[in-house]
Ligand binder design. Structure first.
Ligand code: NDP
Ligand code: 8X3
Length: 252
């Protein structure tokens, strides 16, 4: 296998953490990123017996921290073969006339600008090596807009456009680019969206079987282990109970 070193943003929980666990088992060398340093250290300790793990503790919104962290990588981790742009979240679920502008800033700064900063810090070395693979974690919210989803959906539509733009611009350099767009996955996503209101967060996943973060990790592993002439460009995955952003068949 050629692509051995994988950088995952948002590796401290949910989809990113499940992906780190799975890729460690498969022997990939991992660079795990997130703001919660204690969690990064804990994960590094857990996975250290399976593979080499380096952690980077930065906020994707902080442009200098992003570039400083990437350029601080030790020699063994300095050639990044796979970038998984996963860090992101929703903040709030309010009609546009009532939305919090702090929430709007957070979503555009993290989901869009943060993804761009990390990509800009890493892509030039992929161009230099004429190889690399970028997986952008979008969302069904990047394919359709749902009530009160306004700015989160806008941020994920931007990820969809950036994914397409990256694929066009990096085509000449032999770099694979693709997005995985999940529907409802049970992670800390809704706890963040509802600002720690656990009852409201839990309700999102009640009455049906949501996707698990491990389901997305498996798709990521599948995507990055295809032969080098195969690029999974855009993949949408939902729980069987989900038809679209608003239709979810609940047993209750
Ligand atoms: P989690 O809340 O469980 O994980 C989010 C991750 O992003 C955490 O590791 C968090 O780490 C990191 N993160 C958030 N903000 C920042 C920041 N400013 N700087 C650096 N890292 C940050 O949610 P998910 O695993 O569900 O979300 C992962 C991705 O999947 C997101 O892009 C989300 O939009 C997308 N997605 C999720 C779906 C779902 O239903 N759960 C469905 C479709 C897409 P830390 O706080 O330590 O920095
Ligand atoms: C996460 C899925 O439907 O909550 O991106 O927006 S949804």
């Amino acid at each position: 296998m050629e692509e051995r070193t994988v950088l995952i943003t948002g590796a401290t929980s949910g989809i990113g953490k499940a992906t780190a666990n799975l890729l460690a088992k498969e022997g990939f060398r991992l660079i795990l990123c997130g703001r919660r340093e204690e969690r990064l250290k804990e994960i590094q300790k857990d996975l250290g017996s399976k593979t080499e793990v380096h952690t980077l503790n930065f906020d994707v919104r902080d442009r200098e921290a992003v570039f400083g962290s990437i350029s601080s990588l030790p020699e063994a981790f300095s050639k990044i073969d796979v970038l998984i742009n996963n860090a992101g979240n929703a903040h709030g679920l309010d009609p546009i006339n009532e939305g919090s502008m702090d929430d709007w800033d957070a979503m555009m700064d993290i989901n869009v600008k943060g993804l761009l900063y990390v990509s800009r810090a890493i892509i030039p070395q992929m161009v230099e090596h004429k190889s690399g693979h970028i997986i952008n974690i979008g969302s069904t919210a990047g394919k359709e807009v749902y009530p009160n989803g306004n700015v989160y959906c806008a941020s994920k539509h931007a990820v969809d456009a950036i994914n397409q733009g990256m694929r066009i611009d990096l085509n000449a350099h032999g770099i694979r680019v693709g997005a995985i767009n999940p529907g409802l996955v049970e992670t800390e996503f809704s706890q963040v969206r509802f600002k720690g209101d656990d009852t409201r967060a839990e309700k999102v996943y009640q009455g049906y079987q949501p996707l698990l973060p491990e389901d997305i990790a498996e798709l990521i592993l599948f995507t990055i282990t295809r032969p080098s002439h195969v690029n999974i460009a855009d993949l949408v995955v939902m729980p069987t109970a989900q038809a679209n952003s608003t239709i979810v068949k609940k047993a209750l």
